[in-house]
Ligand binder design. Structure first.
Ligand SMILES: Nc1ncnc2c1ncn2[C@@H]1O[C@H](COP(=O)(O)OP(=O)(O)OP(=O)(O)O)[C@@H](O)[C@H]1O
Ligand SMILES: [Mg+2]
Length: 474
């Protein structure tokens, strides 16, 4: 529905009066008259008009509310507006967002009341002008506007695409190494449904995440910052990275994959940490290796003290720097943040880093269990029961195979591969692993036995020697 024409015409009369006043502007004695003219024409139109116009500026008030209104209108504009403006938010990796063109009009309806929105740009400032019948002023200002803001926020949350950030080193304008987050859209299909894990463990993790996500009030009451730390540990190929992807998809959080080895000093580190937005998961993979690297660099430097800067200790990324960050800076920033460390060697971890309170939850990812296999069979073969499942269950109990290896054997390799042949291939692989394992066990037992025999033999020899010595003494 178009804005009422009578009032549009009145608007054009006003425009003419404004034009007249602009001409008068060039004559200084008339500038006063011009001012009065504007005030009175505005008053006259607003008195006579049965409509009210509210103007919302992008710079006044709550900018989040403004952007929520924009989102709401953008969503509606794809249906309602005649002309659309393609607007790539920030950069081209973001999805195409359609927004209102300048001076584009959009009509909306609320409880049967017609409302018109117009976007106007004046001196680089954007305004969203809202026109509605005067008699509904209370309803529009109290209910409609909050409805638009809430709806806009909900649309933004629904359309939010997860991003994967990585810290890539580059050269700053001063020629020095600089480091910043670069992102791509994150389109990993992993979810807790497709994760091969014991159901009770899966449930426990999901519950923990839900509690965190809904825990804003609880954390505020406790005076705790809204952050949670997880340590994922287990052999390669057991799903640590896959679980991070599942967590991000579940929470709809961005991932910040921090490559610690390319962070040269604590200043850079701080800069990166401050650049991490709320609703995010910061990941440091293979934390044992990352920290070893920095420790080694420290050792190397310590050998040449003459080369060290005065504040060198401050500049290096150290374990204590990392821990300080976890305890301090980030908490002060507010927002909802999760930190995940992964390692293949939990025993090698510095106890200070993993002591309780630092990482809230330690999650072990281990070899594939039968329940995990069933999830993988459903994911990759779309099969939920099969006469070979029983044999696979027994073999998985007798031997150890990572979910990654199960996937590798289970995946169809050609068009001729059917469920039976895929499952048989997995059985063969499991039997090979089992055989290799029992051979290794036998070899170890034999080695132990040989060592035992050798020890007995040398003990006997020693005993014989002692007896001979005693005999010569006598
Ligand atoms: N628990 C699992 N559930 C489902 N798929 C899995 C699981 N573990 C491994 N996979 C499969 O194996 C591949 C490798 O797993 P992933 O990269 O998550 O292992 P990882 O534990 O992070 O290994 P690494 O220690 O080498 O980083 C995944 O792409 C996925 O296909
Ligand atoms: Mg990994």
């Amino acid at each position: 529905m178009q804005m009422p024409t009578l009032w549009a015409q009145l608007g054009s009369i006003m425009g003419s009066l404004m034009f007249l006043s602009a001409i008068l502007k060039s004559f200084p004695p008339f500038s006063l008259i011009r001012g009065y003219l504007r005030v009175y024409t505005n008053r006259l139109t607003s008195r006579l008009s049965p409509y009210v116009r509210i103007s919302i500026s992008e710079y006044s008030g709550d900018c989040r509310a403004f952007s929520a209104i924009q989102t709401y209108l953008s969503d509606n504009s794809s249906r309602l507006a005649n002309r659309l403006k393609d607007n790539f938010l920030r950069n081209t990796q973001n999805p195409l967002v359609l927004t209102m063109d300048d001076n584009e009009e959009i009509s909306d309806e609320f409880h049967g009341i017609n409302i018109w929105w117009v976007s106007v740009v004046k001196s680089h400032e954007m305004f969203l002008n809202l026109t509605f019948p005067k008699r509904h002023r209370d309803l529009i200002t109290s209910q409609y506007l909050s409805h638009v803001i809430e709806e806009g926020k909900a649309i933004a949350a629904r359309n939010r695409k997860i991003k994967l950030y990585t810290n890539l080193p580059g050269r700053g304008s001063n020629g020095l190494t600089s480091i910043d987050w670069k992102h791509v859209l994150f389109e990993h299909p992993a979810s807790f449904d497709t994760l091969a894990l014991r159901p009770e463990k899966k449930e426990e993790i999901v519950k923990d995440l839900v509690k965190f996500k809904n825990g804003k009030d609880y954390y505020a009451k406790m005076g705790k910052p809204l952050k949670r730390g997880y340590l994922l540990y287990g052999p390669p190929g057991t799903g640590k990275s896959t679980m991070i992807a599942a967590m991000a998809n579940f929470l709809n959080y961005d991932i910040y994959d921090l490559e610690l080895t390319s962070v040269e000093n604590n200043m850079m580190f701080r800069k990166l940490l401050i650049g991490i937005e709320s609703k995010s998961i910061m990941v440091i993979e293979d934390i044992d290796c990352s920290l070893n690297f920095t420790e080694k660099r420290k050792e190397k430097k310590e050998k040449k003290p003459e080369e060290e800067d005065e504040d060198d200790d401050y500049r290096k990324v150290t374990l204590s720097g990392l821990l300080n960050f976890i305890d301090g800076i980030w908490s002060a920033l507010g927002g909802e943040r999760i930190i995940v460390f992964t390692t293949n060697y939990v025993d090698k971890m510095d106890p200070a880093l993993i002591r309780s309170g630092r990482m809230d939850k330690h999650i072990e990812l281990s070899y594939c269990c039968y329940e995990g296999f069933k999830v993988l069979a459903k994911n990759y073969l779309d099969v939920e029961s099969h006469h070979l499942f029983g044999r696979i269950d027994r073999l998985l109990k007798e031997t150890e195979m990572t979910p990654a290896d199960v996937v590798e054997n289970l995946m169809p390799k050609s068009m001729e591969d059917d469920n039976e042949s895929c499952l048989k291939r997995l059985i063969e692989a499991l039997e090979l692993v089992k055989e290799a394992r029992s051979r290794k066990q036998e070899e170890e037992e034999k080695k132990e036995e040989d060592e035992g025999n050798r020890k007995d033999l040398s003990a006997e020899e020693e005993e014989g020697e002692e007896t001979r010595n005693l005999m010569t003494l006598h």
